[in-house]
Design a protein. Sequence first.
Length: 182
Amino acid sequence: MSGDERRDGLLVVRCQLGEREAFPELVRAWHAPLWRYVRGMTGDPHLADDLAQEVWVAVVRGLPRLRQPERFAPWLFTIARRAVTDHLRQAYRAPETFTEEADAGAAADDFPGGLLTTMQVEAGLGGLPPLEREVLVLFHLQDLPLAACAEVLGVPAGTVKSRLHRARRMLRAGLAERGHET
């Protein structure tokens, strides 16, 4: 267990025990990553504010039942993912019709010249489909490990690798069209 997982687990337990100072500490630690994830998925900072607030309400309600406090980050991003998905479903008033591609590519496939900067990734996110955008946000911008991404997305690690490969390829093509050096 990493130091961050221990810190988060301790904060969660303190919240569960009713310690008033613990929840604001948890929010301070996780609001910015949560907001960046939601903004990355929606592309709208105002909507990100609303959805992040909705997520924190769900966290307050669900925190007493969280059985693995050290797993707070994947749990938080799973709630956020549900909030974004629910919003998108309402906005489009149609169920998601995404297809899984059995891409044999692995997450080890890197961008030419190394990883792109966060700003370059964020610049290209808007043109990506939701599944590809989401995996890039979780893996590269939120720095979640592959296993945590799989947990949040509710898919096997191999599917995460496949989506990362496809998303990187799509991002690279989109950034090249915009004249960014990849």
